[in-house]
Design a protein around this ligand. Sequence first.
Ligand code: ATP
Length: 250
Amino acid sequence: MSDVVIRLHGISKWFKRQSGGDLHVLADVCIDVPRHSKLAIVGASGSGKSTLLNIIAGLVEPDGGRVVFCGQPVGERSRSPSMTYMFQDDRLLPWRSAARNVHFGLESLPLSKAERDRRVAETLAMVNLGEFADTFPHELSGGMRSRVALARSLVSQPSILLMDEPFSKLDPSIRTQMHDEVIRLSQQLGMTVIFVTHDVEEAVVLAENVVVLSPRPGRVHSIVPITLPYPRDPLSTEMNAMVRDLRRVI
Ligand SMILES: Nc1ncnc2c1ncn2[C@@H]1O[C@H](COP(=O)(O)OP(=O)(O)OP(=O)(O)O)[C@@H](O)[C@H]1O
């Protein structure tokens, strides 16, 4: 148990339909997430991937089952600074510079101004944007904006990073750079990363375990371990075989 950071135990979810009746979205989902690992959630559209991530974040209440976080049942811990959430859109505030956007990730923490400034500068440097601290979002490329969003998620030094298709809007070469950044930073900071993706190749490049959800209601169809060492070459024969096998399962 000690190396399991999050345990999902029998998670079920129904949503009320406006047209009447309930939509059964998740059924008895059980997953153990090892500490410091990277876990991908894949599955057909509508299989409940984002709902499951939102349940882990504490943004959506499950109707059945429990989320146990480091041995503690989930309560208010979604507001805990030890877990942050990176969305599909970068959601940068256009009237704030890159540094002030990253600063946003610290605003709920009781830190001195000097400590905040230090952490913002350090995190921007970590994502190679040290020179762009005073630049505004409209002056940044898509990849740079994504790196600012990543820095905003990392500046509070979370132990868990949740990501819902955060790189899906980037072009392939920038997406590859972001994968390298996530691998490097998760190792450097000792984070656990849980992410949802439609892109099986992204799952295989980044994750140590890939959870495949079955079509609605989403159940764990399989959990596929990826044991290839990092960095992983998406063009290698092993990777291609993994991607092909996973696509077949989905
Ligand atoms: N707040 C909500 N109220 C009602 N239904 C919802 C709500 N959120 C999600 N749903 C429904 O739950 C189902 C699962 O949605 P979810 O976004 O979790 O799936 P997903 O696997 O992430 O889908 P996609 O891959 O298309 O993004 C969908 O049918 C969706 O319409």
